[in-house]
Design a protein around this ligand. Structure first.
Ligand SMILES: [Fe+2]
Ligand SMILES: [Fe+2]
Length: 310
């Protein structure tokens, strides 16, 4: 990773509100030791109460100006892949979390996951407000917006969400006591989708806008979204660490799910139009290698803390 990117990583990951989540990816010591103190579901709930925010407080006036007057048509099109993946991704995770919440074995875990459902709903409304206030699309209603923006996604995205994740949550809907399916679902949801994809995308999108001085209200809201995601991934890490310690079977379920989903997740990092350009294309000043490296470091730190060989 270049110096410019490393600086951005450092200043953001050192924020006190991010650090408060104890997501292992934010803790440098996780490169060396698995002995990292994680928060319990109850402590994460208390943190959620202290980390509230409102989408309606954001003022998108400058963002609207930037989008229409400072950002070229070609760049607007390129930005649509990331924006659409987030918007639709938030809607899908909000709606798939119910069966996972119901299947969680303890009351403390279920109550924390209820707060996460509320967070994901807020993330959907954040994107809806950004799209509407800035005038990103013609469509006005939430359903129509989601439909119009879905044209920008790639095939790996639907494989990951509509096949791999949905298969597990459907299973949990009918068999909530299937703990192995729950471990698989949380590996896919919290480790791969939120931990690897969402937080990596957020990091690079915020970094680029900060450098360019564009979309300030979007960046402000997106930082709140990222803080929420760190809290969610912190929950996933402690859940999977406890399960991996409990039974070798669960450890294998985590490994199996990662092996199956990582190649698909890697495919989500590339926009559909990237196939037509050079293999080592750059998106907003970063290569695919930069994004892979960032996602890889975060995953390795979390897996080490969970107790998996990396
Ligand atoms: Fe989210
Ligand atoms: Fe989340």
């Amino acid at each position: 990773m270049g110096t410019r990117e490393a600086t951005g990583t450092q200043s953001r990951t050192e924020r006190a509100d991010f650090q408060a989540t104890a997501d292992p990816a934010l803790i440098e010591a996780a490169d060396r030791t698995a002995d990292i103190k994680l928060l319990t579901s109850e402590e994460l709930y208390m943190l959620w109460e202290r980390q509230q925010w409102q989408t309606q407080e954001l003022d998108f006036t400058k963002d609207r100006e930037d989008w229409h007057e400072r950002i070229s048509e070609e760049e607007r099109f390129q930005r649509m892949y990331g924006l659409s993946s987030f918007f639709i991704g938030e809607q899908k995770v909000a709606e798939e979390l119910g069966p996972i919440m119901r299947a969680a074995p303890t009351e403390d875990q279920r109550i924390f996951l209820c707060t996460q459902i509320a967070d994901e709903a807020r993330h959907v409304r954040f994107f809806e407000r950004f799209y509407r206030e800035v005038g990103v699309l013609e469509a006005d209603g939430l359903t129509e917006m989601l439909e119009e923006t879905s044209a920008h996604l790639n095939d790996n995205f639907s494989r990951l969400f509509d096949e791999m994740l949905k298969q597990r949550t459907d299973r949990l809907s009918t068999e909530p006591e299937d703990t192995e399916a729950l471990v698989e679902a949380i590996t896919l949801y919290h480790m791969v989708i939120e931990g690897m994809l969402a937080l990596t995308g957020q990091h690079f999108i915020m970094d680029y806008n900060e450098r360019e001085g564009t979309l300030p209200a979007f960046v402000e809201g997106f930082q709140n979204v990222a803080r929420d995601e760190h809290r969610h991934v912190a929950f996933g890490s402690v859940f999977l660490r406890d399960k991996a310690r409990e039974d070798e079977r669960y450890k294998k379920a985590i490994q199996r799910t990662l092996e199956e989903s990582l190649p698909v997740a890697d495919g989500v990092l590339s926009p559909p139009w990237a196939k037509d350009v050079d293999a080592d294309f750059e998106l907003f000043g970063y290569s695919l290698e930069d994004t892979r490296k960032f996602a890889g470091t975060c995953l390795m730190r979390r897996l080490k803390v969970i107790g998996l060989q990396v």
